[in-house]
Design a protein around this ligand. Structure first.
Ligand SMILES: Nc1nc2c(ncn2[C@@H]2O[C@H](COP(=O)(O)OP(=O)(O)OP(=O)(O)O)[C@@H](O)[C@H]2O)c(=O)[nH]1
Ligand SMILES: [Mg+2]
Length: 326
């Protein structure tokens, strides 16, 4: 059969600069982008997890022609370019937020991940790893559960095979699970345990602060034998929230419900009279720290949005002045 110049559909499993790897019916194909992609901003380029249509080339690189509609899209503040949003992965069903039960554990950081996961359209699932290193696993589970009623929380030890059965319900045919977390949290180790073989390289953490050494260097989609897909990602140093209003509101929906009863619609829950949020804190129904966390994430998100607007205004003005000269 002649496969030349036939449009096919596949899924992007790896991206390295402008070279793409596509899974097409179980085969891995090297691909590059059709030229017109280079006239678009690079955030329109295919991501790991994207469904793409491409021209099949059996003897060289296939050509990606278009990207399918995304059912979810995980984004964060770009850690390198100030004021830009970076897209990470597409079409994720379950976002595993992987945190180790050692020095890596940080409640406020988990709140950031949850806000971004809810914003993306994926379901956030907290995976507390290295349960074998922690004496009070139950307390941590209960603490994380207070973050949002939209969360599922599991504690596991991938090394000792503890609690892993509870994850089986996620790895079903056709579903995509992405693992996010800091370097050394145990993402790749978890993938190896689920796959039952050494697919990903893993690396020891620094004894002084439990931090990893960035062993995984690029995002990669792995197809498990049972038909589920799992995406490994490099550990993140920072996770800035931007464009995540709804995700933050979703995470702290209890505060929004309370705020609906404030006397003033624009109540900032500071010193206004008739503030239902402050009243809930007085009654012991809402923790002050939770309100503070909600407000600081919201402020960071708004600050980044304002900065993005400013940058886009400046770059438009620059383009205009350049066009005038030409
Ligand atoms: N004690 C214990 N150690 C674990 C567990 N899971 C992973 N580790 C160890 O933690 C270290 C880091 O694991 P990785 O899987 O490489 O971590 P990662 O999240 O993929 O890190 P990056 O690729 O750098 O983002 C390795 O030495 C693992 O053996 C666990 O359940 N218990
Ligand atoms: Mg890794």
């Amino acid at each position: 059969m002649n496969h030349h110049n036939q449009e096919k559909h596949g899924r992007v499993i790896a991206v390295q600069k402008n070279r793409f790897t596509i899974d097409w019916e179980g085969q891995e194909l090297a691909a590059r982008l059709k030229g017109s992609f280079y006239e678009q901003p690079s955030d329109q380029w295919p991501l790991v997890g994207d469904e793409v249509s491409f021209l099949y080339n059996p003897s060289g690189e296939s050509i990606i022609r278009s990207v399918g509609k995304r059912k979810s899209l995980l984004q964060r503040l770009d850690p390198i370019k100030t004021g830009a949003i970076q897209s990470m992965v597409a079409n994720v069903d379950d976002c595993f937020i992987v945190t180790a039960l050692n020095g890596d554990y940080n409640y406020n950081r988990i709140a950031r991940y949850v806000s971004l996961a809810l914003q993306s359209g994926a379901r956030p699932v907290i995976i507390l790893t290295k349960a074998d290193l922690c004496a009070d696993v139950e307390r941590h589970i209960r603490e994380v559960e207070t973050l949002s009623d939209k969360l599922r929380v599991h504690a596991v030890s991938a090394l000792q095979g503890l609690g892993m059965e509870a994850l089986e319900e996620y790895f079903v045919p056709g579903r995509t699970i992405a693992l996010l977390g800091s370097s050394g949290a145990g993402k790749s180790t978890l993938i190896n345990a689920v796959a039952g073989e050494e697919i990903m390289k893993t690396g020891a953490v620094r004894a002084s602060d439990d931090k990893g050494r960035h062993t995984t260097t690029h995002r990669q989609l792995i197809r498990l034998k049972n038909g589920a897909s799992i995406i490994d990602t490099p550990g993140m140093r920072e996770l800035g929230v931007a464009g995540a209003e709804e995700g933050i509101d979703d995470t702290f929906s209890d505060i929004l419900v309370l705020a609906a009863s404030c006397r003033f619609r624009d109540c900032r829950h500071e010193t206004e009279p008739g503030c239902a949020v402050k009243a809930a804190i007085m009654r012991g129904q809402l923790r002050e720290a939770r309100l503070a966390l909600y407000q600081s994430l919201g402020a960071e998100n708004r600050g980044n949005r304002a900065r993005m607007k400013e940058i886009s205004k400046r770059s438009k003005a620059y383009q205009k002045s350049k066009n005038k000269k030409n």
